[in-house]
Every structure is written in C-alpha cells, then in structure tokens.
Write a protein that binds this ligand. Structure first.
Ligand code: SF4
Length: 153
C-alpha cells in the first residue's frame, strides 16, 4: 500500500508521469499503434504490463474519470481497462495508458522498443515509484487496484 502524500506532491508526480509519456512520443523510433488491442489479451500473449506506482495511480484516476468505480476481471483474459468484445474493444484509458502499453512487443505496431532507447524514462518512472512509496513494478491489475484505493491528504 502506498503511504499518504500531500495532494500537491502527488499532482506534481503525476504531471511528471505524463511528461514522461510525452517524451516517449518524441523518441525517434518508427511506431504506429493502430489499436488492434491484441496485446491487451494477456492470457493470449503470455505477457502482462508491469506498472510503477505513478503509472498505476494515473491509470486509476483515468478509469474513475471514465465514470467507472471498480475493476472487473474479464473472463476472456483481456485487460480490465479494455471495453468491448475481442477484436472490437477499445482501451478506456488510452491517453493515460501505461508505459508498457506504449512500448510493448506488438509487431503490427513496429515491435518492441529496445530498453537502451527508453532506459532514462524507465528510471524516471522508477524514481516516481520510490517517491510515492512504491516497491517496484506490479502487474497492471494489481497496480491499478492499488491506485484506486490510494488517497492523498
Ligand atoms: S491499459 Fe489499455 S492499452 Fe494497456 S493493456 Fe489495458 S486496454 Fe490495452
């Protein structure tokens, strides 16, 4: 469980997470996510995005902002942020989707980013995790669930 932090501190940290996502967009690697959502079916890919606390908190906030109050597991192995059926769904938090969802292995989007190309951004996310009292990355669902329970003072 993340410890309590002042709201202003949390806002500054979440702003930095968004800046990191924006910087990732500037990394000169040709990629084109066309939202096929195949990577959002973790039981099919065998890979689940691992989120730092700032990513989980930002995703939880986006999930709540979409009008939803809780996470429900999907019977088909899809990400709980995915709305709709297999092949036709869409991410409910696309603008605030986690780092791993932006750098994943999807061949249709251009394949994975090499770690060396994004390692500085990863380190910044890890530093935010520490600042929020996190203990390293957690699976997407666990991290977002924790973010939904988190409260600032
Ligand atoms: S957060 Fe969005 S993009 Fe990432 S796996 Fe879930 S539905 Fe897909």
């Amino acid at each position: 469980m993340m410890p309590y932090r002042k709201k202003s501190e949390v806002e500054a940290l979440l702003k930095e997470v968004r800046e990191i996502y924006a910087m990732l967009e500037q990394v000169p690697i040709e990629r084109d996510c066309i939202r096929r959502t195949e990577c959002c079916y973790f039981t099919r890919t065998g890979l689940t995005p691992q989120l730092t606390s700032g990513e989980g908190l930002l995703a939880a906030r986006a999930w709540r902002a979409s009008g939803r109050k809780e996470l429900k597991p999907r019977a088909d192995g899809g990400c709980p942020m995915l709305i709709g059926e297999l092949g036709k769904g869409k991410c409910a938090i696309y603008a605030d989707r986690p780092f791993g969802c932006r750098t994943h292995f999807c061949e249709a989007a251009g394949g994975p980013y090499a770690r060396r190309d994004v390692v500085e951004l990863i380190r910044r996310l890890e530093a935010i995790d520490v600042a929020l009292g996190g203990h390293g990355p957690k699976s997407l669902t666990a991290s977002i669930e924790e973010g939904m329970k988190w409260k600032a003072i």
